[in-house]
Design a protein around this ligand. Sequence first.
Ligand SMILES: [Zn+2]
Length: 92
Amino acid sequence: MSGRTPARACPERTCVGCRERAAKSDLLRIVAVEGACVPDHRGTLPGRGAYLHPASVCLGLAVRRRAFPRAFKVPGPLETAELAELFDQQNQ
Ligand SMILES: [Zn+2]
């Protein structure tokens, strides 16, 4: 039979923290700007993106496994204070 195309309405991405797949809309896109990880709320910032659940636990996992430098293909550690602050606020 022809005409059967897979549904592509719900793109999935892998969280760089817990490594679980989730709908792109459930994850926050992160980009590296001048050595810091910053949230890309609108998904419009240029450059390589990493996807993360907007949760402190996933951020912690990502930092521990150095997922951000790997995702962005940069050699050094990246600042994540802005993300930590953002997720802390959401948890309160
Ligand atoms: Zn996660």
